[in-house]
Design a binder for this molecule. Sequence first.
Ligand code: PMP
Length: 427
Amino acid sequence: MSQPSTTTSAGPEQGAELAAARAAYEQLRTRGLSLDLTRGKPSPEQLDLSDALLTILQPGDVRAADGTDCRNYGGLQGLAELRAVFAGLLDVPADQLFACGNASLTVMHDVVAHAMLAVLPGAKQRWADEDEVRFLCPVPGYDRHFTICDRFGITMVPVPLTGEGPDMDVVEELVAADPRIKGMWCVPKYSNPSGESYSDETVRRLAAMPTAAPDFRLFWDNAYAVHHLTDDRTPLLPVLAACEEAGHPDRAFVFASTSKITAAGAGVAFLGSSPANMAWYARLAAAQTIGPDKVNQLRHARFFTDAAAVETHMERHRELLEPRFAAVYEVLERELGPLGIATWTRPLGGYFVSLEVPEGCASEVVRLAKEAGIALTPAGAAFPGGNDPRDSQIRLAPSFPSVDEVRSAMEGVAVCVRLAAAERAAA
Ligand code: PMP
């Protein structure tokens, strides 16, 4: 993403633009809008796509392929037939993949908690016994990853993204020098919020880089593995295989879920890693639960009999998402393109558009939008501590509102960007 231009000296043209922008904003406020572009939630129409899950199991249909009665306790690893469907999609061997509860965030939180309280394979001691634990956080990133770090007192070290994943020169230097760096958040495909995917070279370097910490882990959150928005399916190098090849078989924990495939909140989460890591996890998870919700897993296994069924289902999602993203681009191009005061991403998948406004303007845009009835993700949310050093990045989440609502919201956002930029130029 190129940097938007900023104007710094006020003059008659800036005065005229400021007056025009103020007038447009006053008109926007009179519309009494109530629109929300904050969180990447599926729309009701997307959720409808999986409504068969509500009735797919009939009384008497309660057994998995191996005869397991899914209503009863047990089966910590989750149903084999569901793991078989997602193993290929996530590039994790089925016997190294667990099907867990309803949310991958829970699993991420728990893996960090377990690493705090139990010695990871290859570690000298528990993370709780370290003086300080640090995680690399590619920015802009996913705010809930940062919340997990906050909760465990983990110091977050921001690293820039390049469009092909994190800046690997920076990452390699940091992890080689600092044994306190124990982990790194990665959203390797259609990243939240930048939309970028990690190149093969990025994945290889992450897998191969020497780390000062013997127990360094990649927290590989592949939340958008199958969430394409174009025919370009952006292949991602399998991280577990890359790590093994590079001589670091235990380096990555892979997370994913069906939250944005079936029901967000009532889907199935997955965790995959090396045999040693999964044995470690299984021992600790066994103290938390006698087993996951296998009835929900059976529903999902009936709904998706193979990986191709998942891909076909994702095409239906794409049909609903594409016009919403198109509405975002159409309005931004029309309203802001000619002004040259903002840039934005055009992701090939995922749930977000990242909007870059002139430096120092993002908080003001979000404030103005709120006053006009348009809720945006708080400025800075994609940065550790909520601190965007340039105050220029805004995450747009167009999935939930209708296409008309997205268009109205974006027209409003464009007015707010214009006013914030004009105010700044005139200041
Ligand atoms: N990871 C990323 C990168 C996400 O964007 C989201 C949803 N916003 C999640 C995880 C949440 O996944 P889950 O519902 O499985 O907890």
